[in-house]
Write a protein that binds this ligand. Structure first.
Ligand SMILES: Cc1ncc(COP(=O)(O)O)c(C=O)c1O
Length: 430
């Protein structure tokens, strides 16, 4: 696409980053299944290795198919650049890596995907990093949790497993006042329902495994940079503001300006951590992203219908979907997420743990899997699966108690989904 007019989301989700293949004219983005790229000559190679020229060296760093996806996601988010990674969890490490050194911490929402809670509360300790978890509705508590070693605030826009939506603007203001970036995991909302940079976030991460791909075929992740954070305003971010020994003292922020974080992600992050997305995965995600807006509209429409039906059913205790008028987050959802509160929510089954297990066993259309954001409807009993590593207290805080199931509502006929839940609830509560 040319740098011409500003196109709408539906146009950009198909065209951004892509151009007919210069070698063959192929209209669809080819899968560049190659490890390395021939240098024009030795000077060209030296310029690439010195970061004086942008180009392709080796597919651990950059690959033309992945590059199209990076530009597509950055454009849809309204960012200046993106780095794709092998998974959403890889993207989270890649987002923190340039910011943190041993002894540093991230202030994170208590309402995060269980795998992220485990990654932040356990695994990152091995790097000498730590996380402090706070209720992000309590802005004073967030401000109080930030200390001189805090390098970021981290939240999900529409939280997994569901029911909670973040007021990104309010949280961004707290992070701003402390001179640190707000990182938003925008996996469940996608840039169709929420563009966190418009609400003051500095960085966005995605599990592209979910709605962006939308068909449950590949794992992937992305880190997107707004290009707006001033990495040199303090001495907190030396990886970006101070001389980099591995590049003859080059300063990323001084040299690359708003693209500093993205260049660092490729030149240091992918080079040394190697959490690279492969071109096949990028291809599947590019295919999926072309229909993102259409799918998200249908996910939301179906989620509202199914959640409303469940809420009225006597076998269900309560439904946590911010798209329901009864939700404590209904006003916030309408204000911050006017196109809808996503396709993900939880509900409490009367009969607790045992009834939940019978329910997931009895469903025919819904698949019992540890995934979300697929075109097909999915269900999981979080307490016995994704959230089982967490303490009972952490499970409750994450909305994943023993009586709760999480559904990711697909784009099938809503009436069929309701009929399936009806028959399985009958078995579960017999
Ligand atoms: C909100 C959210 N963020 C991150 C992840 C991790 O993504 P991945 O499984 O691609 O590593 C998940 C996975 O379920 C998720 O739901």
């Amino acid at each position: 696409m040319s740098d011409g007019p500003t196109y709408g989301f539906d146009t950009l989700q198909i065209h951004a980053g892509a151009r007919p293949d210069p070698a063959t004219g192929a209209r669809q983005t080819p899968i560049y299944q190659t490890t390395a790229y021939v240098f024009r000559d030795a000077d060209h190679a030296a310029a690439l290795f010195n970061l004086q020229e942008v180009g392709f060296i080796y597919s651990r760093l950059t690959n033309p198919t992945v590059a199209v996806l990076q530009e597509r996601i950055a454009t849809l988010e309204g960012g200046v650049g993106a780095v794709c990674c092998s998974s959403g969890h890889a993207a989270q490490i890649m987002a923190l890596f340039p910011l943190m050194t041993p002894g540093c911490n991230v202030v994170a929402s208590t309402r995060l995907y269980g795998g992220t809670v485990t990654q932040f509360s356990q695994t990152i300790k091995r790097f000498g990093w730590s996380a402090t978890f706070v209720d992000t509705d309590d802005l004073d508590a967030v401000a109080a949790a930030i200390d001189e070693n805090t390098r970021a605030v981290f939240c999900e826009s529409i939280a997994n497993p569901g029911g909670y939506v973040t007021d990104i603007r309010a949280l961004a203001d707290v992070a701003d006042a402390a001179g640190i970036p707000l990182i938003v995991d925008n996996t469940s909302a996608t840039p169709y329902l929420c563009r966190p940079f418009e609400h003051g976030a500095s960085l966005v991460v995605h599990s592209t495994t979910k709605y962006l791909t939308g068909n449950g075929t590949v794992t992937g992740g992305a880190v997107v940079d707004s290009g707006k954070f001033d990495w040199s305003a303090s001495d907190k971010f030396p990886s970006l503001s101070a001389p980099e020994p591995a590049y003859h003292g080059l300063k990323f922020h001084e040299t690359f300006g708003p693209l500093a974080f993205t260049f660092h992600g490729i030149a240091i992050g992918l080079r040394d951590l190697g959490m690279t997305m492969n071109p096949q995965a990028a291809h599947y995600t590019l295919m999926g992203i072309e229909t993102l807006s259409l799918r998200m509209q249908r996910h939301v429409e179906n989620a509202v219908k199914v959640a409303s039906w469940l809420e009225a059913d006597p076998r269900v205790d309560f439904v946590t979907y911010a798209g329901l008028p009864s939700s404590p987050y209904a006003e916030r959802a309408q204000r911050c997420y006017p196109k809808g509160a996503g396709g993900l929510f939880t509900f409490a089954v009367k009969g607790g743990y045992d009834a939940c297990v019978k329910l997931v066993n009895g469903l025919e259309i819904f698949s019992h899997v540890a995934n979300l954001g697929d075109a097909r409807s999915l269900i999981i009993h979080s307490a016995s699966t994704t959230h089982r590593q967490l303490t009972a207290e952490q499970q409750e805080a994450a909305g994943a108690g023993p009586n709760m199931v999480r559904v990711s509502i697909g784009i099938e006929d809503a009436d069929d989904l309701i009929a399936d839940l009806d028959q399985a609830l009958t078995q579960a509560c017999a």
